[in-house]
Write a protein that binds this ligand. Structure first.
Ligand code: CTP
Ligand code: MG
Length: 251
């Protein structure tokens, strides 16, 4: 069984909306709800653990209880840093979970295909992260603003979530980070430092983290075109069925 932890305990400062950005509506549905629904639709996913700020637990829980079609759900209080929020969520993971995924609640465009690939790779390899090849040339720059290095772009990947791990590995990595006072910018960095290899699963460029106001426009555009793609393939299927029917009627 797979447990998923959704860090959603940030303040959304860069969004400047005055509320937690994952509660903002995107094409008629809160970002958090959209994200949860995509995970709930994956068969192996057995529980959803949503981590929000302590003063939001009650309202978010009330809101999510009204949503149909989700999986067993817990809403728990997070910490002052994303890593601490995840650690709080980890304490609530079910005994029988073998794989734990961490997914930013603020990434509502994730696909079932990426989720499944991360689950499968985490199970076989121990750790797996969704990522896309870097599009831009990235420079290493020192404190004086001088370029120190230009790593070859073919070796650079932009990391997203979900990030998935066998449960014991993620627990051990988090305990080690606490013991060493290490604060990482993603979950995999904690796992890397205890010497466990982490595999990259190629995701897609639509899996953005909604961070600033323009990301809302971008996400809405993606959603619209996903809906259009879907409508087009339904139309194509209907046309095919009609052709088959005509052929049969003639014979
Ligand atoms: N997050 C969390 N606990 C924190 C900080 C962040 O659970 N202490 C979550 C956010 O809610 C978000 C994800 O981690 O879903 C990625 O963080 P980010 O995009 O930085 O979101 P915010 O911290 O909310 O935004 P900002 O940094 O602009 O304030
Ligand atoms: Mg933040």
């Amino acid at each position: 069984m797979v447990s998923v932890i959704f860090p959603a305990a940030g303040q959304g400062k860069r969004m400047q909306a005055g509320i937690n950005k994952v509660l903002l509506t995107l094409a008629g549905e809160p970002i958090l709800v959209r994200t949860l629904k995509t995970f709930a639709a994956v068969e192996e996913v057995g529980e959803l653990i949503v981590v929000v700020a302590a003063d939001e637990v009650a309202t978010v829980e009330t809101q999510l209880r009204k949503v149909r079609g989700l999986k067993p759900l817990q809403v728990v209080a997070g910490g002052s840093e994303r890593q601490y929020s995840i650690y709080n969520g980890l304490q609530k993971v079910a005994q029988d979970a073998d794989v734990v995924l961490v997914h930013d609640a603020a990434r509502p465009m994730v696909t079932a295909k990426t989720i499944q690939a991360v689950i499968d790779t985490a199970r076989t390899k121990g750790g797996a992260i969704a990522a896309v090849p870097a599009k831009n040339t990235i420079k290493v720059v020192d404190a004086d603003g001088l370029v120190v290095d230009t790593p070859p772009r073919s070796t650079l990947w932009e990391v997203q979530t979900p990030q998935g791990f066998r449960k014991e590995i993620l627990l051990e990595a988090n305990e080690a980070a606490i013991a060493d006072d290490f604060l990482g910018t993603d979950d995999a960095s904690l796992v890397e430092r205890i010497g466990v290899p982490v595999a990259v699963v190629q995701s897609d460029y639509r899996n953005i983290k909604v961070t600033t106001p323009e990301d809302l426009l971008i996400a809405e555009a993606f959603l619209k075109c996903t809906a259009e793609d879907e409508a087009r393939s339904l139309q194509a299927a209907a046309a095919e069925a009609r052709e088959a029917w005509l052929k049969e009627a003639k014979s």
